[in-house]
Design a protein around this ligand. Sequence first.
Ligand SMILES: NC(=O)c1ccc[n+]([C@@H]2O[C@H](COP(=O)([O-])OP(=O)(O)OC[C@H]3O[C@@H](n4cnc5c(N)ncnc54)[C@H](O)[C@@H]3O)[C@@H](O)[C@H]2O)c1
Length: 321
Amino acid sequence: MVLEKNFRKYSHVVVTGGAGFIGSHLCEEYLKQGAAVTAIDNLVTGSFKNIAKLEGTKGFRFIEHDISASMPDVGEFDLMLHFACPASPVDFAKMPLEILKVDSLGTFNSLDAATKAKARYVLASTSEVYGDPLEHPQKESYWGNVNSIGDRSCYDEAKRFAEATTVAYRRKLGTDSGMVRIFNTYGPRMRLNDGRVVPNFCGQALRGEALTVYGDGQQTRSFCYVTDLVDGIIRYAATDRTEPVNLGNPKEFKIRDFADFILKNIPQSNSKIESRPLLHLDDPKQRRPDISRAKEWLGWEPRVSLEEGIKKTIEYFRTVL
Ligand SMILES: NC(=O)c1ccc[n+]([C@@H]2O[C@H](COP(=O)([O-])OP(=O)(O)OC[C@H]3O[C@@H](n4cnc5c(N)ncnc54)[C@H](O)[C@@H]3O)[C@@H](O)[C@H]2O)c1
């Protein structure tokens, strides 16, 4: 990617959660741009395999560490991307305390380190801060509709807390911080068993199992390909913006139509589509980003079509299976 002239360039980027799905793609892209990169990860949901090909690349370093406990010493750096956090619905039930800790203690620890280093800091926030939204599409100015004691609350409320902490550090200590609100992202290095619709459907179709559609399948989702997302994050990090920016693909698909689409893209699969009762996980019925701010501030919008992105993702899942 080519950044506009007035965008900042960084020499040493620290990525918490660097061995995760999105974090590993960020590490790869910053290395391509010539920055040194330190990935910090405790591998709770990430995998060393995601960054194995970066090992040995000049300027790359991996530190296995739990940032909820403390921050390791990484020397001087000028950008910290705080991406450590289990992020899929299956994690919400399995590790709610770890999620709450990494978004609270981990956010404090990483903000302390960035403030001390006088580095730019970008928090990975999420569309989940809008909860089950009552406004469509969601603009950054929308305050959200979150159930603080629901099945997803460990994640939604933790991210809201992380946003508040990030803002407080800027106001109180002058930290050069901002945040991106990420909507559903898919692509290679997602976990096949992470409970989200893309790996679910692809895994089921590749294994010849029925694709499970919950409820009437009329609920919608939008999907952003990971390289588009990474482009948006890098653009945001290169500005001095402090307010949140939505990053996601505004094109909506009904889940039922998406199941048909996956089967069309795996023609050799003989899977059928099966309806199941809706799970009560405070699952938002509809979510779609308003990306006017990203267009205006960053000159960003998604470019990879669903056809192109899904093909690459299916290829990846095939290698995993
Ligand atoms: N994938 C999406 O669609 C999406 C959407 C919205 C927001 N996000 C946010 O983006 C970030 C990355 O998400 P992802 O999908 O790549 O998830 P992921 O689970 O693949 O990556 C998270 C990484 O953080 C690491 N980690 C977790 N707790 C840690 C700790 N205490 N110390 C060190 N490392 C820790 C994990 O091992 C993992 O490698 C998360 O903050 C997530 O909330 C993702």
